[in-house]
Design a protein around this ligand. Sequence first.
Ligand SMILES: *Cc1c(COP(=O)(O)O)cnc(C)c1O
Length: 366
Amino acid sequence: MIPLVDLTAQYHSIKDEIDAAVLATLESGHFILGPQVTKFEESVASYLGVRHAVGLASGTDALVIAMRALNIGAGDEVIIPAYTFFATAGAVMTVGATPVFVDIDPQSYQIDVMKIRQAITPKTKAIIPVHLYGHPAEMDPILEIARERKLKVIEDNAQGFGAEYKGKKTATFGDIGSLSFFPTKNLGAFGDAGMAVTNDAALAERMRMLRTHGWKKKYYSEELGYNSRIDALQAAILQVKLPHTDSWNRKRRELAHRYSEKLASKLVVPVEREWGKHVYHLYIARSAKREALQAFLKQRGIASEVYYPLPPHLSIPCRKFGYKEGDFPHAEQASRETFALPLYPELTHTQQDEIIAAVLDAERVA
Ligand SMILES: *Cc1c(COP(=O)(O)O)cnc(C)c1O
């Protein structure tokens, strides 16, 4: 069986380093915040080229806390792409704001920057581009619209760790960038973990307050906050993994290019815009015969998965906003036709050749 991702393969490739870091943390007695968390925050800030990093419990919390720090809440609208993981929409609703969806560019799967302006109303407070699948969203037009209409920008960089737009790391363009270290992400912890990054010292300070019950001074809550910190244990693990990320992303890119070269005649393969560096969190292909293809791959012992079968605007929690099928045709078509093939840095060429052969065979039988 070839899985979609193999987390144990990565662990075994750096087991001694990870085990030592875990044991050292257990011996340190620091489990909530403390030196290990500070060190990892500094390392990520320096890797991305951003001034401040605030370690949080998850990527979802990073979005929620970013919006709270920017004073986004009830009565506000936030523009997000119509095709993304539900958490982007869910976080907007969690702070009491309303998500306003914008359809995607069907080739890059990123928010269609030509359709953002028409979604802006007097209530719009922010835009959250999502660097979906590890391909950057087109930041220049987004930042220009935001400047012109005085909107905040939060980059949902959960899937784009290490990706670049015009040579600069994603998550560093907007007011705040949110990161997820969910185990399957390009930089993944051994549990939930997240982070928010910013160049604005006041926003960083506000997010540090929000992650610990709204405290500046211990036990003196100044506003309603959360209990949302990255675990010291996860920070220690991620500290070990961070220096490997570039080589893992290179491996992802190499494997993705290999897939595309061999499958472009049979499937719609992912694009990489000339201004972007794709880090292939997921290798997403497209076929009108997706279901038959997936069933065939399964028979051959090859996993595949749909990200995502339901665009957020058609989800139950979003029903109250009155969206209906047909509102965002490109997002909806992507949800019917796209699927991910196995991709992780430890996938071998032998395994990949087996997957490629199966896809080509499947096309023959279908
Ligand atoms: C994974 C993900 C999140 C949420 O991250 P968690 O750490 O799982 O809370 C948010 N947005 C996108 C696009 C994601 O892929």
